[in-house]
Ligand binder design. Structure first.
Ligand SMILES: [Zn+2]
Length: 389
């Protein structure tokens, strides 16, 4: 009998060798981080030493991310408008980068003047928020290309964009370095984090926001996300990059990890491996049941998918487009079409049709309860297995 297959690569989190492949992952269709269906065939591993859940940055993955970023469109379904979130604290709706800007400025208590760089700044959603909060600061951005430059130059105190995939080549020192949904994309997260730490001015802060794999099962399917962090594995990686955590929490934005640190070595014990294996195994198994339930429901008459972001577009791809419509609550998307399928508001979904709500179980149950009594029947995915994390 042969044991589980291992990879010769080193773990992105702890550096040890002994990544155990999760072969069931290869059969799952995937999705890109700009919400486009992406075919099955990925490879996923869990570290036997620290439990870090990760893809392998091999030639095949590098080739895939080149193709994904070559065609990248941020928020393409809402005409460029950023996704709205409901904050945990207030229950009010606001763009998610604004929630993070508010958190950073309230926690750091920044001086009137300073320099900030956003690593992986996209078209400047976070920089625009920082610009309002820190009007006298100089703002810088970093991206793989200069495609977003025209949008960035409209931000009042924007200074310069460094278009490079090597954070180590960025000049200058900064009082605040932010990495908002960028670290999980990085092909070499430790060296990128080391370089970002090296950009800090004395007394400066590094802010990191990434998905939380413990509460964000669909994140595993995002083809261009290399690392799938838990609070423990992110804290451990950051400590290896010479950072001390001021705040590390999952309570700022749902399903995400928020980390604010500063220079200073803080050795941490290595996270335990069992929870990584438990989370990866349960997540893969649950995602398979999500597809199975969708297939069964779609065979019984008119069928729609709730949501046109990561999980909705993933499921659309998994069903090979065999759906009749989408349902969304985002006003910028309602009335539009995707791949020829109409996007309805919940109350406009056809009577007696079935609308599947492929969101994490806690969220989908709330959505289903809220929409009960409308013409369509809203159905949640299977329950999340107990005792996973
Ligand atoms: Zn490891």
């Amino acid at each position: 009998m042969t044991g589980p297959e291992t990879s010769g690569s080193a773990c992105q989190i702890c550096g040890d060798h002994g990544l155990e492949m999760q072969p069931e992952f290869a059969a799952l269709p995937r999705v890109t981080s700009d919400c486009k269906p992406w075919p099955a065939g990925g490879s996923l591993a869990v570290c036997r030493s620290c439990g870090g859940i990760q893809k392998l940055p091999d030639r095949r993955w590098q080739d895939e991310i080149r193709r994904i970023y070559g065609a990248y469109e941020i928020y393409h379904l809402s005409g460029g408008a950023e996704q709205i979130v409901f904050t945990t604290a207030s229950g009010e709706a606001s763009p998610r980068s604004q929630v993070l800007v508010d958190f950073v400025t309230a926690t750091v208590k920044p001086p009137a003047r300073g320099r900030l760089i956003d690593i992986g700044c996209g078209n400047g959603a976070a920089l625009a928020g920082f610009s309002k909060a820190l009007p006298q600061w100089e703002l810088y951005g970093n991206e793989l290309s200069d495609r977003g430059l025209a949008a960035l130059q409209k931000i009042p105190n924007f200074a310069a964009l460094y278009a490079t995939d090597d954070v180590g080549t960025i000049p200058g020192r900064y009082d605040l370095v932010s990495m908002i949904h960028s670290l999980e994309h990085m092909p070499a997260p430790l060296s990128t984090l080391n370089a970002a730490t090296g950009l800090l001015e004395k007394g400066g802060h590094l802010f990191i926001e990434v998905p939380d794999i413990e509460t964000s099962p669909f994140d595993l399917l995002v083809a261009d996300h290399l690392c799938h962090f838990s609070l423990d594995t992110l804290r451990y990686l950051a400590s290896r990059a010479g950072l001390t955590a001021a705040v590390a929490t999952t309570s700022v934005l749902g399903k995400e990890i928020t980390y604010l640190g500063h220079s200073g070595h803080q050795p941490l014990p290595k996270p335990g491996a069992p929870s990584g294996f438990r989370i990866a195994g349960a997540t893969i198994a649950w995602l398979r049941t999500v597809i199975e339930r969708a297939r069964a429901l779609s065979d019984r008459g008119q069928f729609g998918i709730f949501g046109t972001s990561i999980s909705g577009m993933w499921l659309y791809g998994a069903l090979e487009g065999r759906i009749d419509f989408f349902v969304d609550e985002d006003k910028s998307r309602i009335g539009g079409r995707y791949k020829g399928k109409p996007i309805f508001a919940p109350q406009d979904a056809p009577a007696d049709s079935t609308v599947y709500v492929p969101l994490t179980p806690i969220v989908s149950e709330k959505v289903v309860a809220r929409l009960e009594g409308l013409g369509a029947r809203f159905v949640p995915p299977p329950a999340w297995p107990r005792n996973v994390s």
